[in-house]
Design a protein around this ligand. Structure first.
Ligand code: PLP
Length: 399
């Protein structure tokens, strides 16, 4: 008789965002004419930049003629896009060759698929609060998961110690949800630990483009020794507004070997089995991101989100509230005032000042009592939400 994967029953309901949507919709239904300022969801609001749009249109036209038509693409990605990503890494001072770059349909897909490189019998370490996919994918695979708490005591950037035991280590920097980002020293401690224990780091660099502090690496490969222990997963979702267009890339270094096997060769083989490649059209659109014009245009969009974050941080500073993130990250993470739970604070902000954020509970136990704001919204809404929040936190004044 067929046996389903019973571990699905061990997953927590994805009630967080559903509840946020439901409560917001209920509020709007009960308060017609009110506007809600959505500062929660981590989706971008600006459209694709003109260089990408132009490249996408041209690629569609290529598909209309037998002379320029493309069928299946290489499973690992087009050589020109792999080369462009490799050159992008060189810009950080990280040496990544084009055959170490694998084009994907986004970070989410590869965060899941990459686990096929590892036996079930490995212990997984997740710093928590965490992006939920790290935990869920490993629950489904039946792996043991240990949580390393990130909190105020370690600046939300925990480090390994002699008692840390892990084979697969998830690091996300700049972090979703806390916005905290490891500096070179912190990442070096993890790289040394992983090399020492023959563990593998899965480094989620989805927010690298937000890094502005020179002490914070964009890529783990800026750290000596990282190519012997780390896989890096990245995405154009937040970098270039590809959340609905879908394209990412994963780096698996050729030096990374475990148990006598090359993870780069295994991942190439995995791609041949798992995918028939990312569409020609999307890869052409992605290629435009890495041109000079594309880089100027996407960075102009990032500057808009950064100005939003600055506005939000100024509001919290004025209200005397401590937070992490905002500087190297589009997320701002704060403790809920007066010992409120995440959902109590959510309800108050929605009802009193019509600002919607995300209770930290959705990111694991350590997120309880915290709150995440995203600065991906429009400048107008962000300004208004920040002003409302500042007045509210200062003295409870309601608009
Ligand atoms: N990793 C982190 C930390 C994220 O926050 C997200 C999306 O929000 C992803 C990965 C998934 O990105 P993608 O849209 O490329 O699947």
């Amino acid at each position: 008789m067929l046996k389903p994967n019973a571990r699905y029953a061990d997953l927590k309901d994805s009630y967080l965002f559903n509840t946020v949507y439901r409560k917001t919709a209920e509020y709007l239904a009960a308060n017609p004419g009110k506007k809600v300022y959505r500062m929660g969801v981590g989706d971008v609001s600006l459209p694709l930049c003109p260089a990408v749009i132009e490249a996408l249109h041209a690629a569609v036209d290529d598909q209309a003629s037998a002379r320029s038509f493309h069928g299946y693409m290489p499973e690992v990605g087009s050589p020109e896009l792999r080369r462009a990503v490799s050159a992008y890494y060189a810009g950080f001072g990280a040496s990544v060759s084009e055959d170490e770059v694998f084009v994907s349909s986004g970070a989410c897909d590869d965060l899941c698929d990459i686990l096929e490189l590892f036996d079930r019998d490995n212990r997984v370490l997740v710093t928590e609060p965490a992006y939920p996919e790290y935990v869920d994918t490993n629950i489904l695979a039946g792996r043991e998961i240990v949580r390393l708490p990130a909190g105020e005591e370690n600046g939300f950037l925990p480090l390994p110690d002699a008692g840390t035991k892990a084979d697969i280590i998830y690091l996300c920097s700049p972090n979703n949800p806390t916005g905290a980002a490891y500096d070179r020293r912190g990442l070096k401690a993890w790289v040394d630990f992983a090399n020492d224990r023959e563990a593998v780091i899965i480094f989620d660099a989805a927010y690298e483009i937000f890094v502005e502090d020179p002490e914070v690496p964009h890529s783990i490969y800026e750290i000596e020794g990282a190519k012997r222990c780390a896989i890096e997963i990245c995405s154009l979702s937040k970098t270039a507004g590809f959340t609905g267009t879908r394209l990412g890339y994963t780096v698996v270094p050729k030096e990374l070997c475990r148990g006598g096997m090359s993870l780069n060769a295994m991942w190439s083989r995995n791609r041949e089995t798992r995918t028939n490649g990312v569409s020609y059209i999307l890869q052409k659109g992605a290629l435009a991101v890495f041109t000079d014009g594309g880089q100027r245009q996407i960075r102009a969009n990032i500057a808009v989100y950064k100005a939003n974050a600055a506005r939000f941080m100024a509001a919290l500073d004025e209200a005397g509230i401590r937070y992490t993130g905002g500087k190297n990250s589009p997320y701002i993470w704060m403790k809920c005032p007066d010992g409120q739970s995440g959902w109590q604070f959510f309800d108050r902000l929605l009802n009193d000042i019509q600002v919607v954020g995300i209770p930290g509970d959705g990111f694991g136990e350590c997120g309880k009592g915290y709150f995440r704001f995203s600065t991906f919204g429009s400048p107008e809404d962000t300004r208004e939400a920040a002003d409302r929040l500042c007045r509210y936190l200062k003295g409870g004044e309601r608009p």
